[in-house]
Ligand binder design. Structure first.
Ligand code: 1HE
Length: 260
């Protein structure tokens, strides 16, 4: 398989997708999105969890502005809708996705990171939405996904003032869930993905697909839907096996936290 913009590697049950256009800071062009789309499907066929990371000194500088500047408004709409579609396969697909973030995580890079389920940043990571400064608007899902992570007020501030935030602030703002030493994000993300890969597939599927939908429902509707998913998953043969394994002292206990 000839890959131009990304790398692909399978480590056990975990697929690793590496953004690989470092000379342009992993800026995402149309062809880049198509290669990503193909690899998301490949990972779904071959892995039980996946990690996305960036080669070079940054995770991703966002939309390829050199390509974008030549587009008509309608081509821009189609491009944006394609990002929505492909990022949607990540967010509400078959696999738990993890991101290892370092350097710039900006514009469309932050939108891509917002589509995965768990984000790990190293201390070099910084986050920004420079669309306002470029005279454009977010188009890769940030108004829905990034706004839900950090909240409306913070995202509005980032877009209006060009504010750039470091990894510790991003953790405080719910943009990322883990902050690790510089250079350690990929190993941590792979470790976490490996853990998720051992869960029951149906439980992972419910977490990925039901949680964001229930967030968009009223409390009453959400609780109703939750009860059906809980009952459906609990009656699967795999659940019975896993529940009995615990009751027969053959499954691990919940561990006490080892980190703060
Ligand atoms: C690019 C891009 C890009 C770099 N499109 N070519 N995103 C932005 O507005 C971020 C723009 N990029 C930057 O602010 C900086 O490049 C970084 C902070 C990410 C990295 O800085 P640095 O010093 O490591 O690299 P550099 O020297 O700025 O860039 C190296 C090359 O990459 C250079 O090209 P060269 O031919 O002069 O070597 C840059 O032009 C090129 N490059 N970023 C195209 N983004 C679906 S809607 C989403 C909307 C958005 O994402 S808007 C935000 C776009």
């Amino acid at each position: 398989m000839d890959l131009k913009y990304l790398t692909y590697e399978l480590r056990g049950d975990v697929a690793l997708l590496g953004l690989n256009r470092p000379e342009k800071r992993n800026a995402i062009s149309d062809a880049f999105v198509e290669e990503l789309a193909m690899l998301v499907r490949k990972a779904e066929d071959e892995a039980k969890a996946a990690v996305i990371h960036g080669h070079g000194s940054h995770f991703c500088a966002g939309l390829d502005l050199a390509e974008h500047v030549k587009k008509t408004p309608f081509e821009g709409v189609h491009g944006s809708r394609r990002w929505h579609e492909v990022f949607g396969w990540i967010q509400k697909g078959k696999l738990p996705w993890f991101a290892a973030l370092h350097g710039a995580v900006v514009g469309g890079g932050l939108e891509l990171a917002s589509a995965v389920h768990v984000r790990v940043a190293d201390q070099s990571a910084f986050f920004a939405l420079p669309e306002g400064q470029r005279g454009i608007f977010v188009g890769g899902g940030a108004s829905v996904r990034s706004a839900r992570l950090m909240g409306l007020a913070r995202m509005t501030d980032m877009m209006l003032t060009g504010r750039s935030v470091d990894a510790d602030t991003a953790e405080r703002w719910n943009i990322v869930q883990y902050v690790v030493d510089e250079g350690a994000a990929l190993d941590k993300a792979v470790e976490l993905a490996g853990r998720a890969a051992t869960n029951a597939e149906i439980s992972n599927y419910a977490v990925i697909n039901a949680l964001p939908r229930i967030q968009d429902m009223s409390s009453d509707d959400g609780l109703f839907v939750e009860s059906f998913i809980a009952s459906f998953t609990a009656t699967s043969p795999e659940a019975e096996e896993r529940l009995n394994a615990f009751l027969n002292k053959k499954a691990g206990k919940v561990a006490r936290p080892t980190e703060g």
